[in-house]
Design a protein around this ligand. Structure first.
Ligand code: SAH
Length: 196
């Protein structure tokens, strides 16, 4: 297959916001992802009270699962609508505050304090703002990143990881000549070169 087929494709922030506005969010899984259940032990590795990062989080219900297990969850998402829907659909009270380090960004935090969702681009974040994480759930994130931004994304993710952190990555395998994406096709050899 020609993995170059999607190389120059770009989905803009405005297009993502529009998907949320029009309810074109086929990627959202109401029931949560079976692969997180399957590999939960790999993510947690016997540890409790972890800090877990959800890049490009949408309104992923897995954030609620992990928070209910006693972990602390941080997510980032450009769509404010997605974040509002997350808190509303789980009947979670929250407060909203500016992020002094990032102009225009907002932080949505559950009143209980264990879920903090940043409304901004992931490329605005750094470990000095969000700290480092013991675990990452990357589903619909690397595969949603524009192919031209993959290297930047992976380098940033590496800087957000603690020494012993676990990174669960979900990719999709298909012929990139048949769909324009997202989700984009990220071949295994590229994952190896991105993350080492
Ligand atoms: N991980 C979620 C959502 C996947 S879809 C899930 O599993 O359901 C990808 C999401 O990334 C969309 O909600 C989109 O609005 C958001 N997004 C796209 N580019 C982004 C960026 N640069 N920074 C933060 N969020 C982004």
């Amino acid at each position: 297959t020609d993995i170059g087929a999607q190389k120059d494709r770009v989905v803009t922030e405005e297009e993502w916001l529009q998907k949320w506005e029009t309810g074109n969010i086929g990627f959202h899984k109401e029931q949560g992802h079976p692969l997180l259940q399957k590999y939960l032990d790999v993510l947690l590795n016997g540890r409790s009270g972890l800090r877990i990062f959800f890049p490009l989080c949408g309104k992923a219900v897995e954030m609620k699962w992990l928070a209910d297990m006693g972990h602390s969850v941080v997510g980032v998402e450009v769509s404010e609508q997605a974040l509002k829907e997350f808190f509303a659909e789980h009947s979670l009270p929250y407060c909203k505050e500016p992020v002094p380090e990032i102009s225009g960004a907002k932080k949505f935090q559950s009143t209980s304090g264990n879920i903090s969702l940043y409304c901004c681009s992931i490329y605005d974040l750094s470990s000095s703002i969000v700290g480092k994480f013991d675990g990452v759930w990357d589903r619909g994130a690397l595969v949603a990143v524009n192919p031209c931004d993959r290297q930047r994304y992976a380098s940033l993710m590496i800087t957000l990881m603690e020494k012993n952190s676990s990174y669960l990555l979900v990719t999709v395998s298909y012929d990139p000549n048949k769909h324009k994406g997202p989700p984009f096709y990220v071949p295994e050899c590229e994952i190896k070169s991105l993350f080492g």
